[in-house]
Design a protein around this ligand. Sequence first.
Ligand code: F6P
Length: 359
Amino acid sequence: MGQKRIGILTSGGDCAGLNAVIRAVVHRAVGTYDWEVLGICRSTLGLMSSPPEVINLDIDKVDRLLTMGGTVLGTTNKGDPFAFPLEDGSLRDRSEEIISGYHQLGLSALIGIGGDGSLALLRRLANQGGINLVGIPKTIDNDVGCTERSIGFDTAVNIATEALDRLHFTAASHSRVMILEVMGRDAGHIALNAGIAGGADIILIPEIPYTLEKVCDKIRDRQSKGKNFSIVIVSEAVCTLEGNPVKNMDRFGECRLGGIGQYLAEQISISSGAETRVTVLGHVQRGGIPSSLDRLLGTAFGVAAVDLIADGKYDQVVTWQNREVVSVPIAEAIGQYRAVDPNDTLVKTARGLGICLGD
Ligand code: F6P
């Protein structure tokens, strides 16, 4: 196998397990194939810089990465390279600068770790500029198509589950309705998984419309059985009773989801008379030490991505299907948004347990 130099970057929101992927890529590429690996800093921003901003990754440099949260390469979830915001407020297409950064570095291939949005942008750049791209799916939202799991999801579910465990005690002590708002963007995977694992009484996800009446019925039903507290987990994109998600515009002009927990707390309190409190878990879900499952998945994906490059198979993303790593065309994975299927086995499990899904 000839000597190659490959690049790796992390793109979009960070999550636990990204460093485990970087470590595995370096072990496989340097250790097995004797290639060189360049870590590109801050996603495509590193390729836009002149000269490109990179770190030479050898085996010593990735020594302690398995357990480390975040990404040592840095990342960004802003700045579409095809409409890049400039300081004067105008937008510029900077795609050619990124492509030229890749070629200046003499890379044979690029591994891009990202969610569906990042993978779509990277693929567009790859097609335009002859970049040999291999994708690895990551996102706590677990919404990338064709893969049962994306890196970061399991850790986020564990963190949300632990939060529910903790809320149970304080809820019971004060006879309160505790509402935990979790991330997930338009997909309710975190709420559904953590809600079941953490024993929530009510799980609200964007894929299943709720009524306040059903939610309050569940709370009253528990009260009638001597259970004076209830635990609600709600996904950030769940809509208000008027049918709109709760969003706030930040000063960069980006819309961020957040606030449905507080909204529901007020509605539930007015309607049921219960005392309510809200916890918004926020970015805690993205941080911290990756779970063993995210380390395994990250390691398996990292090795498989390097092997795809060795086989000259590009424009592919590695996915997890039936306990196996399977590569699929990136276009296929980003073409299918993976929301919670209302007939999903975990939805049935929740219903089977008597958990209220609000419908
Ligand atoms: O996509 C991952 C995610 O954590 C979403 O769940 C959340 O809505 C969003 O990113 C938050 O983005 P930011 O880090 O820009 O606040």
